[in-house]
Design a protein around this ligand. Structure first.
Ligand code: KIV
Ligand code: NA
Length: 265
């Protein structure tokens, strides 16, 4: 199998082939996602929500991200693997940013890192890139700044914020980022960004006129059901499938149906 690289992804944008991206946080699931043919697997700090049960992405630590990332790396043969640098491990200190990125690369074996923000984190982005670590940007709704925004509503609806987002995207491209995630912004603005930069732009709640799409695994599988923004397309109802299986097992244990003779030694 041929590995997806930053170069492959750039070529996909150039020939208009949409890029598929999904999160994964553990070995077993990452193996299924990779076998399915996903282009990019994101070890997102959404692990803080869907794996650890935190309300936000802020509490997850660098060590915990490295644990998730190394599990994913062991499973994946083809997909390009991106790992979120968690909150507090890169903002406002480019040396720490570089140290965090290097720890992720060395200790997990992943292929790149993702950071949230534009001009504010420029120095950190440049510093990480200088070490030869590919960086994916993330603009629009940036969950690590949720307490600054106050809400999870659509970002950059006002002209000033839209203009800053466009400038940030161009800046990230100029620094050398290999791609940018745009989260929860108007489709028209996302289109403008995707046309303004040569690097792939991956959307989540950013409409169809971008170079690829990303979703959180547990949301698209219907494992988590409390979270249902309009941008989420649910591809399965695993919560029901799993609960039915668990209940069937409970019933079989209680009724002494399980294990039967052929399931015993
Ligand atoms: O952590 C995450 O899952 C993400 C995606 C939503 C882009 O950053
Ligand atoms: Na994230």
């Amino acid at each position: 199998i041929k590995r997806i690289t930053t170069h492959t992804l750039l070529e996909m944008k150039q020939r208009g082939e949409k890029i598929s991206m999904l999160t994964a946080y553990d070995y077993s699931m990452a193996k299924i996602v990779d076998d399915a043919g996903m282009d990019i697997i994101l070890v997102g700090d959404s692990a803080s929500n869907v794996m650890a049960g935190h309300e936000t992405t802020l509490p997850i630590t660098l060590d915990q991200m490295i644990y998730h990332a190394s599990s994913v790396v062991r499973a994946v043969k083809r997909a390009f693997i991106v790992v979120d640098i968690p909150f507090g491990s890169y903002q406002g200190n480019s040396s720490e940013a570089l140290r965090s990125a290097i720890r992720i690369m060395k200790e997990s074996g992943a292929h790149s890192v993702k950071v949230e923000g534009g001009a504010e984190i420029r120095e950190s982005v440049v510093r990480i890139l200088s070490a030869g670590v590919p960086v994916m940007g993330h603009l629009g709704l940036t969950p690590q700044s949720i307490y600054k925004f106050g809400t999870y509503t659509v970002r950059a609806k006002e002209e000033a914020e839209a203009q800053k987002l466009l400038e940030d995207a161009k800046m990230l491209e100029e620094c050398g980022c290999f791609a940018i995630v745009l989260e929860k912004i108007p489709a028209a603005l996302a289109k403008q960004v995707a046309e303004a930069v040569k690097i792939p732009v991956i959307g989540i709640g950013a409409g169809p006129h971008v170079d690829g799409q990303v979703l959180v695994m547990h949301d698209m599988l219907g494992i988590t059901k409390e979270f249902k923004p309009r941008f989420l397309r649910q591809y399965a109802d695993l919560q029901t499938v799993m609960k039915d299986a668990f209940q069937q097992y409970i019933q079989d244990v209680k009724s002494k149906d399980f294990p039967n003779e052929s399931e015993s030694y």
